[in-house]
Design a protein around this ligand. Structure first.
Ligand SMILES: C[S@@+](CC[C@H](N)C(=O)[O-])C[C@H]1O[C@@H](n2cnc3c(N)ncnc32)[C@H](O)[C@@H]1O
Length: 194
């Protein structure tokens, strides 16, 4: 696709996401973002247990978002929204004064082959963009069943000036996701901004 067309599409998608976000943000409610929310089990349960939070789940797959919305509608939740958005574009679309309180990245696609690692969601630029939309003391929760991705994210966070790994931090809310149920084991890390 020619670069100008790609840029125009991305700009128009950015405008659409901003329009969807404008009734929601800014907010005084603690805002919880799940990136790659999949089938929505985790965030629906999380939102139900944290009615004072605004919870936003984003994913690339529309069908999964529709299933997620059915779950949260059945639970009559009004504090969770699902958006069809790519992570970087979504973060760019957030108002600059957004102060996310919590970000969950659960069983993000590991792209096992080295030549595909560039497709992983967590990258240095992603951590910088996330930090720019996170409040002081915000928590980033990352969980994976891929040990090399786990090591890589730990190293990236260690090298990043905005994020600090929190050793032995408790996992705030346990609700096995679809991919967690399929995994033999998993590892988690918690980082804080600042
Ligand atoms: C392996 S699945 C895990 C889903 C869910 N978190 C779970 O644990 O069951 C990864 C999800 O992340 C979504 N995803 C991958 N890259 C993404 C991106 N750049 N932005 C938003 N979502 C993304 C995929 O569509 C997929 O639903």
């Amino acid at each position: 696709m020619p670069l100008e067309i790609a840029q125009a599409l991305s700009a128009s998608r950015l405008a659409e996401i901003r329009a969807q976000l404008s009734p929601l943000l800014p907010t005084t409610r603690p805002t919880t973002l799940e990136i790659g929310s999949g089938h929505g089990h985790f965030l629906t349960a999380y939102a139900e247990a944290h009615l004072d939070h605004l919870c936003i789940g984003i994913d690339l797959i529309g069908d999964r978002l529709e299933r997620s919305a059915r779950k949260s509608n059945r639970a009559k939740l009004t504090n969770v929204v699902w958006m069809h958005a790519e992570a970087t574009l979504f973060l760019e679309a957030l108002p600059a004064d957004t102060a996310l309180a919590e970000i969950f990245v659960l069983f993000s696609d590991p792209w096992p082959k080295r030549r595909h690692w560039k497709n992983r969601v967590v990258q240095p630029e992603f951590l910088s963009l996330l930090a720019s939309r996170a409040g002081q003391g915000a928590r980033l929760y990352f969980r994976t069943d891929h040990s090399q991705y786990f090591e890589q994210v730990g190293a990236l966070i260690n090298q990043h000036p905005a994020w600090t790994l929190v050793a032995d931090a408790p996992w705030p809310f346990e609700l096995p996701t679809v991919f967690q149920k399929r995994a033999e084991s998993h590892q988690s890390l918690v980082a804080t901004k600042g």
